[in-house]
Design a protein around this ligand. Sequence first.
Ligand SMILES: *[C@@H]1O[C@H](CO)[C@@H](O)[C@H](O)[C@H]1NC(C)=O
Ligand SMILES: [Cu+2]
Length: 141
Amino acid sequence: MRFTSIVAAALAVVPSALAANFAVNVGQGNTFAFNPTSITGAVAGDTITFTFMSRNHSATTTTFTTPCPPPAGGVPGGFDTGFLSATGTTQPQAVVTLASGNTQWVACRQAGGAHCRMGMTFAVNPTAEQTYEQFLANARG
Ligand SMILES: *[C@@H]1O[C@H](CO)[C@@H](O)[C@H](O)[C@H]1NC(C)=O
Ligand SMILES: [Cu+2]
């Protein structure tokens, strides 16, 4: 009887175990940065939870070669959290569900790209050919 209960409990968690969530902090410690700066192994259906910890930022998809500023709404097939502002003890969150495991380049589009040019960038599934480090260098111009 006890064993049966354990099996039933294990089966119940299977659906949620299929999708991973990646937690990403935005503006942690009042910095112009995403933490971590990249994630790998993300697949369709996975989620990214962005927690906006200071100031007023966005997480917006952009291009590898010309990151700053990211376009409003993000690139086609991408995403844009819109501007989210941390006030006092409130740290808003945005949850993005990935439509694919494709590589995506992300930056903050605040202040006409000024935060982006300071290096406020993030990558989903960067590759050996297109690395996060090169994307960051492109953003800093
Ligand atoms: C956040 O930034 C956007 C874009 O600059 C601005 O329109 C909005 O008013 C700001 N929000 C707050 C709460 O300051
Ligand atoms: Cu910003």
